[in-house]
Design a protein around this ligand. Structure first.
Ligand code: MTE
Ligand code: HPA
Ligand code: MOS
Length: 780
């Protein structure tokens, strides 16, 4: 399939693409600001806004009492206040909002707000939360077989814990929303949100008005990565409240530092594992305990934990398995969706386990991985009962091991490590198997509205949002291909709740799968109407034999009779005819994923429509004295089905992998002992730069793998590639392990920052000198 450029590529480059902050607003526009809690846990004793309200240019200083409807913005569980009432539960929790004519006036007003607090003790770690049984809800378990008994009788057992860190989304466009009042109760909301329908719902509930008064529009986001699945709502609610009170347009755009302090991150996890395996390295039983830091409110934490539990197997079959998930409640901002949605945290445990099995048996980890892959005909059912169908693990493994010269490079690396004391190289291959579908089954639905105009141009509306991933481009391609017209005829509209109501978030990598089918459904309806009328038109001209509706084809911007190709008309010429003949050229489309469903209570069934597969081989070199590492080479082979747009998909694979490298290596989030985020700007929080991209980066899509029952046989791409970065993390562990000649296993957490590496090396050296002493003593 050919790859037209992203529909906004030229506008992105020229700067013409309109983001919220670029929307032209009139001179009435006010700047909004949110004033947030400086304490992780406190009681508001009293507050006084009177001095702040006196500042010239300030139009509103609001507290929770100024909310006309519900003081709530929790997306699933109603446990998130829009503005604090009495108890403060994290640094960054919104207390007041201000609207003024300038940013400076907002800041001046903020300084004049007086608040008195009673400080309370915060819970800031997973350990402390577990100790106090501070959970956001009851633990959940998924279980198959008898892991306890199997582990007892297993030839080998390993046990351990793994910490995986939080991650800041670092979308280029921070949270932003512009609200413009209409007449009466109407409010028009331009929000950077992955979930316009939820933004609409929360604003309606906050203001106590009908959803039919609230229109949310999203042209595009400047990146989201899950960070705007729910938390775009917050800025939108604050802006809407100010707009409601001032009756003027209000825009809130968070400063970068405020955005980092206020918004939730990827959940950090503290996980425990115990695994029994045989002499060949085959997993016999696995027991996992996953503990996440949910922060101060529920947000999507349970869906995220669920996905982590559903991915604690990654690509490996464990006949006996138990996963227990706990979501801790702490006094930090509520953590949220981030590309992979718990998958990376679960898979990091699985990958650690397989890596450790290999080290324990002194075998190459790629070999052990392959041995544990889900089988094609047997050993192919996951711990939650879904069969791994259309399993591409073996094809990908074989192709990638070959194309990356895995075994030869393994030997070269061994030689390099034998010859170098201060630089060590490491190599690792890791697979990804990622379930596609919202695990909350009803969310797997989408709508579309397609209009054809009299000049033959087509306007596509669908429920998905564009965040850079190329969804609109793919929808444009789908509509053009289904109508048999050139791409230039089709335009995709900004996402708008008045066009497509009651949508799901654009998330779970399912944007194309769901909306693509909905667009196709609408196009099918229109084609059927057009074909009906065209067959009549052709038959009127050539009654013998008549044209059948079923024989009408749409191709090359033409509509024609397949049986009598001379009976034809240009697509654009046919449309005025449709209007003359009173045919509606507007149709809605709808889709819900068929064949999925599962029992959340039992943790059993078929949550996913299908799996995405990918694999990655990474090589790194580590400076063992400083912990500095360089990504020398990465080879990726990823399964995107019949890709709708290979260039966009390659971009998703590369971007996802590099984002994962950030999580695995340099992105470290730290809070102080009072719950203040210490890493709240790019000078203290290190996202990947061009230096962190592998020097030699070879990315390919698997060929000839049409995906059954999806839009044009494509496969979701978006999230799965992030987890390919675990290969880089394990290559770093492999390099560190070489310090002790792979005889002692290093301690390793994620991210593997320079500090983690140096401490890990020091730990090995200590153990080695201990061993030397032991050897000496034995000799004596
Ligand atoms: N790609 C870009 N450029 N920007 C983003 O914000 N978000 C990711 C992924 N790729 C994101 C991205 C996440 S978290 C998801 S779930 C998907 O895109 C959502 O889009 P899709 O379902 O249409 O692929
Ligand atoms: N992925 C992303 N977002 C979600 C999901 C999911 O599985 N479930 C609910 N929101
Ligand atoms: Mo993506 S984390 O499902 O928005």
């Amino acid at each position: 399939m050919h790859s037209p450029p992203h529909e906004s590529a030229a506008k992105h480059v020229s700067g013409e693409a309109v983001y919220i902050d670029d929307i032209r607003a009139d001179e009435q526009l006010l700047v909004g600001r949110v004033v947030y809690s400086p304490h992780a846990h406190a009681q508001i004793k009293s507050f006084d806004l009177s001095e702040a309200k006196k500042i010239l240019g300030v139009h509103a200083v609001l507290c929770h009492k100024d909310i006309p409807g519900h003081n709530q913005m929790g997306p699933v569980v109603k446990d998130e206040l829009c503005l604090a009432e009495s108890e403060l539960i994290c640094v960054g929790q919104a207390m007041f909002v201000i609207a003024a004519e300038t940013e400076d006036q907002c800041l001046e007003a903020e300084r004049r707000i007086k608040v008195e607090y009673d400080l309370l003790e915060p819970i800031l770690t997973i350990e402390k939360a577990l100790e106090r049984n501070s959970l956001l809800g009851p633990p959940r378990t998924m279980k198959r077989g008898d892991p306890d008994a199997t582990i007892k009788s297993a030839p080998h057992v390993i046990k351990g814990e793994l910490r995986t860190g939080a991650q800041e989304h670092w979308y280029l466009e921070t949270q932003v929303c512009l609200c413009v009042p209409g007449e009466g109760k109407e409010i028009n909301v331009y929000s950077s949100t992955q979930h316009p329908s939820e933004t609409q719902t929360l604003i309606a509930e906050l203001l106590g008005i009908g959803k039919n008064e609230v229109v949310v529009e999203v042209r595009r986001m400047g990146g989201a990565f899950g960070g705007k699945e729910t938390q775009g709502n917050h800025t939108a609610c604050w802006a809407a409240l100010l707009c409601w009170h001032t009756k003027r347009p209000v825009k809130i755009r968070l400063f970068r530092d405020d955005d980092q302090k206020i918004t939730g991150k990827r959940h950090r996890f503290l996980s425990h594992y115990e695994v029994g395996f045989d002499n060949e390295g085959r997993i016999l039983a696995a027991k996992y305990q996953l503990n996440s830091d949910g922060g101060c409110a529920t947000d999507l934490s349970f869906a995220i934990m669920e996905r982590a539990m559903l991915h604690a197997d990654n690509a490996y079959y464990a006949p006996n398995m138990e996963v227990v998930g706990r979501v801790c409640k702490t006094n930090l901002p509520s953590n949220t969706a981030f590309r992979g949605f718990g998958g990376p945290q679960g898979m990091a445990v699985a990958e650690t386990v397989v890596d450790r099995i290999a080290r324990h048996l002194k075998k190459d980890s790629a070999e052990i991985r392959r041995k544990n892959f889900y089988g094609l005909d047997s050993n192919n059912v996951t711990h939650y009962g879904e069969a791994v169908e259309n399993n591409h693990l073996f094809i990908i493994y074989d192709q990638l091991v070959k194309s990356s010269d895995y075994w030869q490079r393994r030997n070269e690396i061994n030689e390099f490590n034998a010859a170098n004391e201060f630089y060590k190289k490491g190599l690792a291959l890791t697979p990804v198997k990622f379930g596609i579908s919202f695990t909350t089954t009803f969310l797997n639905q989408a709508g579309a509205l397609v209009n054809v105009y009299k000049d033959g141009t087509i306007l596509v509306n669908h429920g998905g949002t564009e965040m850079g991933q190329g969804l609109h481009t793919k929808m444009q391609q789908v509509a053009a291909a289904e109508f048999g017209v050139s791409l230039g005829r089709v335009k995709v509209n900004a996402t708008n709740t008045s066009k497509i109501p009651n949508t799901s978030a654009t998330a779970a990598s399912a944007g194309t799968d769901l909306n693509g089918m909905a667009v196709k459904n609408a196009v099918d309806t229109l084609k059927s109407r057009i074909a009906e009328t065209m067959s009549q038109v052709f038959t009127e001209k050539h009654p013998n034999p008549p044209t059948n509706k079923q024989d009408i084809a749409f191709q090359n911007d033409m509509i024609f009779d397949l049986m009598h190709p001379e009976r034809k008309i240009a697509f654009a010429d046919a449309m005025p005819l449709m209007q003359l003949r009173q045919v509606s050229l507007s149709a809605t489309g709808y889709y819900k994923t068929p064949g999925i469903g599962w029992d959340k209570e039992k943790g059993w069934g078929r949550p996913f429509h299908y799996y995405a597969f990918g694999m990655c081989v990474s090589e790194v070199v580590v400076d063992v004295l400083t912990g500095r590492h360089t990504n020398l080479r990465t080879d990726i082979l990823h399964d995107a089905g019949d890709s709708l747009n290979p260039l966009i998909d390659l971009g998703q694979v590369e971007g996802g992998y590099v984002q994962g490298v950030g999580w695995c290596t340099t992105e470290e989030i730290k809070w102080d002992d009072k719950g203040n985020l210490m890493t709240h700007s790019p000078d203290t929080y290190k996202i990947p730069s061009v230096q962190d991209i592998p020097k030699d980066f070879r990315v390919a899509l698997l060929e000839n793998v049409p995906n059954p029952n999806t839009i044009r046989r494509s496969k979701a791409v978006a999230e799965p590639p992030l987890m390919l970065a675990l290969s880089t993390w394990l290559a770093m562990k492999d390099a560190v392990s070489a310090v002790a000649n792979h005889e002692i296993e290093p301690e390793f957490s994620l991210p593997a920052t320079n500090e983690v590496i140096v401490l890990s090396v020091e730990g090995l050296k200590k153990q080695m000198s201990g061993r030397d002493v032991e050897v000496l003593i034995k000799k004596e």
